[in-house]
Design a protein around this ligand. Structure first.
Ligand SMILES: Nc1ncnc2c1ncn2[C@@H]1O[C@H](COP(=O)(O)OP(=O)(O)OP(=O)(O)O)[C@@H](O)[C@H]1O
Ligand SMILES: [Mg+2]
Length: 227
């Protein structure tokens, strides 16, 4: 049983994390599942969607929560200047507040910089392609800029996502990123092969599967955010 395994104890004020990264990296799909996994471990959770759905945007975290029970409430996007206060206010005691974001952009006054200053941990979801190193540098630059202005800045962890099981590119990127000093999560989010159905999971009831890839990843993220 998953519940019999030790789960890290979060501080009384809870912890906040955000998933960031390129469009289509799997952020909303993963967070929808992780809310269900973390809740199943007994960690009180909430989600905040900072991605505002437009005509071309579908499958935001808020829409996931409307389409299926995630086991945790998900709140729609607050005004940008309220993101931090809302994240602090809504995160449960000894629990986790998880913020979903739209495609990464480093724009002062935009939601992403507000999200970075609202969380303890930024999880950069990164597909293993050549261009992605620039994106990591852009995120790190934004974090360093926050630090320079005295604003709160999160820790950064990189999650390799949409990884093709048969390709070596993720291993190469993992080595490059680790050598450059980034924290790379051991767990990876793989392209679904049709059987696990993650690509088709929108609106389906979420089944928490012990020892699955998502279970291992959800626990690793919990360990990192608790540190
Ligand atoms: N493991 C997977 N394998 C293949 N496709 C997936 C997988 N997980 C999710 N998808 C599909 O990939 C697309 C993008 O996923 P998702 O919406 O979660 O990404 P996102 O990072 O939230 O994107 P955005 O930045 O636009 O919000 C969706 O159509 C989703 O159903
Ligand atoms: Mg999304």
């Amino acid at each position: 049983m998953t519940t019999s395994r030790p789960v890290p104890v979060l501080p009384s004020e809870g912890r906040r994390l955000a998933f960031i990264g390129k469009g289509g990296a799997g952020k909303s799909t993963m967070l929808a599942h992780f809310l269900a996994y973390w809740t199943s471990y007994g960690v009180p959770c909430i989600g905040i969607d900072t991605d505002v759905p437009g005509d071309d945007e579908h499958g935001t975290l808020y829409e996931h929560a409307q389409a299926a029970d995630l086991g945790a409430p998900v709140y729609p996007a607050p005004a940008i200047h309220h993101i931090r206060n809302e994240a602090v206010r809504l995160t449960p005691e000894k629990g986790l507040g998880a913020l979903d974001t739209g495609a990464w952009e480093r724009k002062s006054g935009g939601p992403h910089v507000a999200v970075l200053s609202a969380v303890d941990l930024a999880v950069l979801c990164m597909q293993p392609t050549k261009n992605e190193l620039n994106r990591a540098a852009s995120v790190l630059g934004a974090i360093q800029q926050l630090e320079a202005t005295g604003a709160r800045a999160p820790k950064l962890a990189i999650l390799l996502s949409m990884v093709d099981r048969s390709a070596a590119s993720a291993d190469d990127l993992d080595v490059t990123l680790s050598e450059a000093g980034y924290t790379v999560l051991r767990s990876r989010y793989h392209l679904s092969n049709g059987r696990d159905g993650l690509a088709q999971s929108f609106g389906e009831p979420i089944k928490v599967k012990p020892d699955s890839e998502l279970d291992v990843m959800a626990r690793e993220i919990l360990d990192v955010v608790a540190r």
